[in-house]
Design a protein around this ligand. Structure first.
Ligand code: ADP
Ligand code: MG
Length: 323
């Protein structure tokens, strides 16, 4: 019985959309995709002790479980539609599920995402979300279209989420990490920017594991290299206050995960168009370098002299292990 009352809490906040023919309650959901659209699908899992610490509010876990998936759709230039939620709980905790559902729904409702099904099981606390979105046929932005000579851009600011984590690990209570903590707990998926970049960006990836790690994937898939301007990395005031030292800033900004900004390439001839398209969706973006022939990734200082790259580029589940 308890399982169904938990599912009912989620169902109450599931939302609805005209393309959802059948949502929560049957053996599977039925969705009617609009004509001429391709489906874009992604899944991402958050595990307690790996992706979030014990004691993070349930509402933040609910928000983030959806946010990290919507960020993947944003990076593809897709418009999100529906989500499935596989929730594993150590026990039947209705208050937890209520709070989780509220956090999930707060973000889902903002982007008109309907929760259409899922699975509820017992075990170590884990939230796995699958999202489906749409793009006009052939218009998805991939990691593989970047060209030598393209500008390299990133939305928003880098390092905030990793900064919150670093402060917390150094013993500063999360409550006192303010704006940085918000970035870690409730990341904002850049969906508007992703849509705006269709037809402008030649390649795009979301920064989930760290700029160097994720940019590295884009470069490898596109068969290009990059010259990164070390002084151009966009930095928030909160981050600068918390980490005044240049070196500490740079390490967190280059290798810290969980920012969920978009890193993308576009030809220099589209610079103004990129700026206008992103301004129209109120998303700041900064040019952080340019793409080159070959496979080399360089970090350049103000005199265009190469700086050493950190040995560790970002988070890897199998070499870094649980936090
Ligand atoms: P089945 O046994 O046929 O897989 P379940 O009993 O697991 O069905 O689930 C009943 C209904 O509730 C299904 O429609 C399923 O998609 C939905 N559901 C179960 N768990 C969740 C969840 N965590 N979030 C959203 N929907 C859920
Ligand atoms: Mg069934």
């Amino acid at each position: 019985m308890a399982e169904f009352s938990l599912i009912d809490r989620l169902r109450q906040r599931a939302g609805s959309r005209p393309d959802v023919v059948l949502g929560i309650g049957d053996d599977a959901a039925v969705v009617d995709p609009p004509r001429g659209r391709q489906l874009v699908l992604a899944v991402d899992t958050l595990v307690e002790g790996v992706h979030f610490a014990k004691g993070v509010p349930a509402s933040a876990i609910g928000w983030k479980a959806l946010a990290v998936n919507l960020s993947d759709l944003a990076a593809m230039g897709a418009e999100p539609a529906v989500a499935l939620l596989a929730l594993t709980l150590p026990g039947s905790n209705e208050a937890f599920v209520e709070e989780f559902a509220a956090g999930f729904a707060a973000l889902a409702d903002t982007h008109r995402v309907a929760l259409v099904g899922g699975d509820t099981t017992r075990g170590p606390l884990t939230a796995s979300v699958t999202v489906l979105g749409y793009v006009p046929a052939g218009r998805a932005i991939t990691r593989s279209g970047a060209q030598p000579g393209d500008d390299l851009w990133v939305t928003g600011t880098l390092g905030d989420a990793a900064g919150a984590l670093a402060l917390w690990k150094s013993g500063i209570p999360m409550l006192r990490t303010g704006a940085l903590r918000e970035r870690l707990d409730r990341p904002t998926p850049r969906l508007g920017a992703g849509l705006a970049l269709r037809g402008l960006a030649t390649a795009c990836i979301d920064v989930s594991d760290g700029l160097l790690a994720d940019l590295g994937h884009l470069l490898a898939m596109s068969g290009v290299g990059a010259d990164l301007d070390a002084d151009a990395l966009p930095t928030s005031a909160a981050f600068r206050d918390a980490f005044p030292g240049r070196e500490a800033q740079r390490a967190l900004q280059l290798t810290g995960g969980d920012d969920y900004e978009l890193c993308f390439s576009a030809p220099p001839s589209r610079r103004e168009a990129v700026q206008a398209a992103l301004a129209a969706v109120a998303t700041p973006a900064t040019r952080i370098g340019s793409l080159t022939r070959g496979a080399r990734l360089r970090l350049l200082d103000a005199d265009r002299l190469p700086l050493p790259l950190p040995a560790r580029r970002g988070w890897d589940h199998f070499t870094d292990g649980p936090a």
